[in-house]
Design a protein around this ligand. Structure first.
Ligand code: MG
Length: 373
């Protein structure tokens, strides 16, 4: 199913204050339009911008297809639809450039509704009382069955293109056009956070919404111990380190990687290695520990997080870890698919105290920080 999003950003509206049209004003350090694009891009195969001709240069760095906006919203959308008409698009979302905080669940609901309806759009039921009047209340209106329309409005591509081509007069939005052409438009739940930035105060609210989402930071810790046994050399953080002993364990006994993997599972509140790879299951006997770490990182991806950083501390008298630190960081970076500067590996002794001091085994501590994308 090939899908596209049209972002309508050709308006010159400056009701939001400032000299620039609102889609170009800064929100949390980036133009409003940048946030809008980022909000939709994960859900569609292609994003097209309807841009005022004067803004082409400003929008060039997005490296997205652009069409000229028309004198009305409807004309802007029409231009984008015509541009898309030979691209094999089946579903199209049409979204206001000035709605930078649209939550992902809305976009998913609209796309889902298109499986059974030629059109679908988010809306919120009107809950406030409605009055008529100018400076005094002259009457009330029944709010039953009234909705506040939001975007993205989604359509089967052929249907909305046909609706635009056959339109006889200007329409407020694409839902109106689709209905005029005889298509059903389903209502999906909107969200108060799907703000249309219109007035100066809206920027503060939009910024608070974005900040609230960005603040989803998870920290997990992990701890592991493996005892020494007879053998030659140990696996530590993905590196084979020469030693006069080996580490005892069900898998390759990479104590550092185990602590790190548990830290990641911990940050996700998804248990530990033992939950995902039960030691009672013979298939994990002698397993390379990178299988566990790769799985934990896959879960990070699937849950919509990215790893911000991690820090592993190995506790032992011997072998000396220092000479291998760089190699360990590189090995973990490769397995985890993150930049090496996000990964720290360090070592300490326990001043000859305790089981690590008596060289009976190695202990490892790890911390991992995840950030919601
Ligand atoms: Mg272990």
């Amino acid at each position: 199913m090939t899908s596209a999003a049209i972002i309508v950003a050709a308006g010159r509206g400056t009701r939001a204050g400032g000299d620039l049209p609102k889609q170009w004003q800064l929100l949390a350090g980036e133009p409003v339009l940048t946030h809008t694009i980022e909000a939709l891009r994960p859900f569609v195969d292609m994003v097209v911008l309807a841009i005022h001709p004067d803004d082409r240069e400003k929008a060039a760095h997005y490296a997205l297809p652009m069409v000229d906006g028309g004198s009305t919203r409807m004309q802007s959308v029409r231009n984008a639809l015509e541009w898309l008409s030979d691209k094999g698009i089946e579903n199209v979302l049409i979204h206001d450039g000035a709605r930078p905080t649209v939550p992902g669940h809305i976009v998913r609901s609209v796309l889902k509704a298109l499986e059974t309806s030629p059109g679908a759009a988010p809306a919120l039921a009107v809950t406030d009382a409605l009055w008529r009047g100018t400076s005094v209340v002259e009457g009330t209106a029944d709010r039953t069955g009234l909705w506040r329309a939001q975007t993205p409005q989604g359509f089967h591509f052929d249907a909305i293109l046909k609706a635009h081509r056959s339109a006889l007069q200007d329409a407020a939005d694409d839902v109106e056009l689709a209905r005029a052409a005889g298509y059903t438009v389903a209502i999906v739940p909107g969200d108060e956070d799907n703000l249309k930035v219109t007035f100066p105060g809206d920027f503060l609210r939009a910024e608070a919404i974005l900040k609230g989402r960005r603040m989803d930071i998870r920290v997990g810790n992990g701890f592991d111990v493996h005892a020494f046994t007879e053998g030659q050399g140990v696996w530590l953080c993905g590196v084979r380190v020469p030693h006069t002993k080996a580490l005892l364990g069900h898998s390759d006994a990479d104590v550092g990687m185990h602590a790190l993997t548990d830290a990641i599972y911990g940050a996700l509140a998804e248990g530990d290695i033992g939950v995902h790879f039960p030691p009672s299951d013979p298939q994990w006997k002698g397993a390379e520990s990178q299988i566990f770490l790769r799985h934990a990182m896959q879960r990070v991806q699937e849950r919509g997080f990215s790893l911000s950083n991690c820090d592993v501390t190995l506790i032992c008298e011997r072998p000396k870890v220092g000479p291998h630190q760089g190699e360990m960081r590189a090995a973990l970076a490769e397995i985890m698919g993150v930049e090496i500067e996000r990964i720290s590996v360090k070592a300490t002794t326990s001043e000859k105290l305790g089981f690590t001091g008596r060289e009976e085994g190695i202990a490892a501590l790890a911390t991992a920080t995840l950030v919601k994308k």
